[in-house]
Design a protein around this ligand. Structure first.
Ligand code: URA
Length: 202
C-alpha cells in the first residue's frame, strides 16, 4: 500500500464522524494494490470484516475472490474498500448520513489511487455516481461520470441470496476483464470546474 493510502487507513481507524464506531469493533479502511488502477467499492463491513479489520473476508468475500480468480486476478492485485467503513449494527443497510460522513475517505482513496475503473458492488456504491439508476438495468456496462469510469455490478451477497444472479456476475467479470485488457490505460480526465470553463470558454 502507498504511504498516502496507509495514512488514510490510520485516519479511518480513528474516525468518529458518524456513530457507527460506537458499536463496531474497529474501522475497515480497505486494502490492496495502489498500482492496479482497479478499485472495488462495496457497501459496509459485516461481522467477519469487523472482527478482522479487513474488507470482504466473509461469505461475500469468498465469492468475490472466486470471481476475481475467474478472470486471473486476486485481491492483492486490486484495491477493495466500502462506502461505509465501520460495521452497521446487525448488518443493517447503511444510512444516507453514514455514507455521507464516510464520503471523505472515499474521496481521499480515489485521489490517492486515481483508478482506471471503479467497480461498484451493489446499489449503495453505485448510488454515489449513478443515483436513481436500476442496477438490474445497468450492471456490467461501464460509464464515465465526473472523471471516474464506473463499472456497476451486483453485490456478491445478492448473488449468494439469489443464485440466479450468479451467471450475470460471471458475465460482468468477463466484461471487466475485457475492459481492463482493452480500455483506456489511465483514469479519464476529470471535468473542469464550472468557474474555469466560463473563464476560458468565453
Ligand atoms: N459486504 C460488503 O459490502 N463489504 C464487505 O467488506 C463485506 C461484505
Amino acid at each position: 500500500m502507498s504511504e498516502a493510502l496507509a495514512a488514510i487507513a490510520t485516519e479511518v481507524r480513528e474516525c468518529r464522524a458518524c456513530p457507527l464506531w460506537r458499536t463496531a469493533k474497529q474501522g475497515v479502511p480497505g486494502e490492496g494494490s495502489a498500482e492496479s488502477g482497479i478499485l472495488f467499492l462495496g457497501e459496509a463491513p459485516g461481522f467477519n470484516e469487523d472482527q478482522q479489520g479487513r474488507p470482504f473476508v466473509g461469505a461475500a468475500g469468498q465469492l468475490l475472490d472466486e470471481l476475481l480468480a475467474g478472470i486471473g486476478l486476486d485481491r492483492t492485485k486490486v484495491f477493495i474498500t466500502n462506502v461505509v467503513r465501520h460495521r452497521p449494527p446487525e448488518n443493517r443497510d447503511p444510512l444516507p448520513a453514514e455514507i455521507a460522513a464516510c464520503e471523505v475517505w472515499t474521496a481521499k482513496q480515489l485521489a490517492a489511487l486515481r483508478p482506471r475503473v471503479v467497480v461498484t458492488l451493489g446499489r449503495f456504491a453505485m448510488g454515489k455516481w449513478l443515483p436513481g439508476e436500476s442496477i438490474s438495468r445497468i450492471h456490467g456496462k461501464p460509464r464515465v461520470v465526473d472523471g471516474v469510469t464506473v463499472f456497476p455490478m451486483f453485490h456478491p451477497a445478492a448473488a449468494l441470496r439469489s443464485p440466479s444472479l450468479r451467471p450475470a456476475m460471471v458475465a460482468d467479470f468477463a466484461a471487466l476483464a475485457i475492459f481492463i485488457a482493452t480500455g483506456p490505460a489511465v483514469a479519464p480526465e476529470a471535468p473542469k470546474p464550472a468557474a474555469q470553463m466560463t473563464l476560458f470558454g468565453g
